[in-house]
Design a protein around this ligand. Structure first.
Ligand SMILES: *Cc1c(COP(=O)(O)O)cnc(C)c1O
Length: 496
């Protein structure tokens, strides 16, 4: 009965039908599950044997256990009540792209190791470039995440300091390398600082620029910090503004920042992981204003472009600097066509590359630019509607502008806000605790999942809309639950 080789193809066909049927039912009723997994730590581990089976098991049994043991421990990012972090969608065309890409199992390290993988990547990222309204000089590459895209961009920015010869000589032990400085706002994503750590620039290499009252980078503070660093003998090399910050989706003034970069000769890397996609909506193209002057920019189709995770696109107008930083070709990776084609292994850290372009291409074709714009527009409309409900309610307040599809707010029941005198530290601490408990209770309902952030000491609830299955009904239900749990919590606290 046991034979060498893969699962017999007929068994695959049967199990494959079952898996696709399961996916189809799942996508039609993700709300049958609690959105946030209601499991305790180690529950799944306890349900499975300590070691792998010695004898192979029927795939049907394995699929049974997927449903019985794995799914209950899943937090459902495809649930219409998922409003946490940045809400995303594994869309049907994207899922099919993943399925086919797994079947082909190509490693797109070289053009020759799968010409279609490389060329479809060139096509898909160029289509997306056009949809974003970026000029033709931008060349794109697909990475796994924005964290890695930004890491590679910052490595390229450092490589552009050619006189330092860091690729050849490294940085450690050298007295002739000044402190290299990168500027980003205090609202920037942690991946920027992490990249600096990985690249040996250290946290000391990152200067966090203050933001204005709408959480956007203060450009005069940026100019001042650069001047101070130059006076101190440091070496500014890169500025990383954010289009759509993680906490509030604020949009840094990229055009003004670009002027600073131009006059100071600095690499301008724009982190537009979430909000870049909004530029596909013609009337929102302005979110990328000034980005035509960037040296590099990252946009994540796996954030707000319905492509299953992972898929991040890094664009740069200096592909030669990027490949100059990363290309290292041993004899066994040389091919006869090098020089005529693009070998994407030269564009980043990893040699092996998944065929991610397939799903992106399938998403772009299946929805079309108009279809994408309509869907994004609807998400923005829903967020604006929710923001309006918050603004109208006496016991709630909005804590940041809502330029796109994320709303920052908190409960502010009159009784609590007055405790210790409105606006005092005591009152704020009480409100922070209240909202933290409110969030925990909301997420325990299993109907919605929201997350939080800190805005200048204020515990802030975030409602992010970005899933294709989220409708006005789901947003209204979330608002109902938020008010209900708020009232219950107020009552419970009042009686204690
Ligand atoms: C989500 C996000 C990131 C990190 O994205 P990954 O792809 O998970 O690494 C970075 N920057 C911004 C602005 C983001 O919204």
């Amino acid at each position: 009965m046991h034979q060498a080789g893969d699962l017999p193809v007929e068994e695959f066909r049967r199990a494959g039908r079952r898996a696709v049927d399961w996916i189809a039912s799942y996508l039609s009723h993700p709300e049958d599950y609690p959105v946030l997994a209601q499991v305790a730590p180690n529950e799944l581990r306890a349900a499975l044997p300590k070691s792998a089976p010695e004898a192979g098991e029927p795939i049907e049994t394995v699929l049974d256990d997927f449903e019985k043991i794995v799914v209950p421990g899943i937090t459902h990012w495809n649930h219409p009540g998922f409003f946490a972090y940045f809400s995303i969608t594994g869309s049907a065309p994207g899922i099919l792209g993943e399925l086919l890409s797994a079947a082909l199992n190509v490693n797109g390290m070289l053009w020759q190791t799968s010409p279609a993988a490389t060329e479809l990547e060139e096509v898909a990222v160029d289509w997306l470039r056009q949809l974003l309204g970026l000029p033709a000089g931008f060349e794109g590459v697909i990475m796994d995440t924005a964290s890695v895209s930004s890491l590679c961009a910052i490595a390229a920015a450092r490589h552009a300091l050619s006189d330092l010869e860091i690729r050849e000589r490294g940085m450690a032990g050298r007295t002739d390398v000044p402190l290299l400085r990168l500027y980003t706002s205090e609202q920037a994503h942690s991946s920027i600082e992490k990249a600096a750590i990985v690249l040996g620039l250290g946290k000391a290499g990152v200067q966090k620029i203050p933001t204005d009252d709408e959480f956007r980078m203060d450009v005069s503070e940026l100019a001042r910090a650069i001047a101070e660093d130059r006076a101190a003998g440091h070496r500014p090399f890169c500025v990383v503004p954010t289009v759509g910050t993680t906490s509030t989706t604020s949009i840094d003034p990229v055009r003004a920042i670009a002027e600073v970069c131009e006059s100071e000769d600095l690499w301008l890397h724009v982190d537009a992981a979430y909000a870049g996609s909004a530029a596909i909506i013609p009337e929102y193209r302005h979110v990328l204003d000034g980005c035509e002057s960037a040296t590099s920019i990252v946009v994540n189709p796996h954030k707000w472009l319905f492509t299953p995770i992972d898929c991040s696109v890094l664009y740069t107008t200096q592909p030669d600097t990027l490949t100059g930083a990363f290309s290292l070709v041993p004899e066994y990776l040389r091919t006869a066509v090098d020089g005529q084609i693009r070998n994407y292994m030269d564009w980043g850290v990893s040699l092996g590359r998944r065929f991610r372009a397939l799903k992106l291409w399938m998403v772009l074709r299946s929805f079309g630019s108009q279809g994408i714009a309509e869907r994004l527009r609807e998400h923005i409309r829903l967020a604006q509607l929710f923001a309006h409900w918050v603004d109208e309610h006496p016991d709630f307040e909005r804590l940041a502008p809502t330029p796109l599809s994320v709303v920052c707010f908190r409960a502010r029941p009159a009784g609590l806000a007055a405790a210790g005198g409105s606006g005092t530290d005591d009152a704020n601490a009480a409100l922070n605790r209240f909202n933290e408990t409110l969030l925990r209770r909301l997420n325990a309902t299993g109907e919605v999942y929201l997350s939080h952030t800190d805005l200048r000491g204020v515990y802030t609830l975030r409602l992010a809309i970005g899933n294709l299955r989220t409708t006005e009904e789901h947003v209204a239900r979330a608002w109902e639950l938020i008010q209900r749990e708020g009232r219950r919590l107020e009552r419970d606290e009042g009686s204690s």
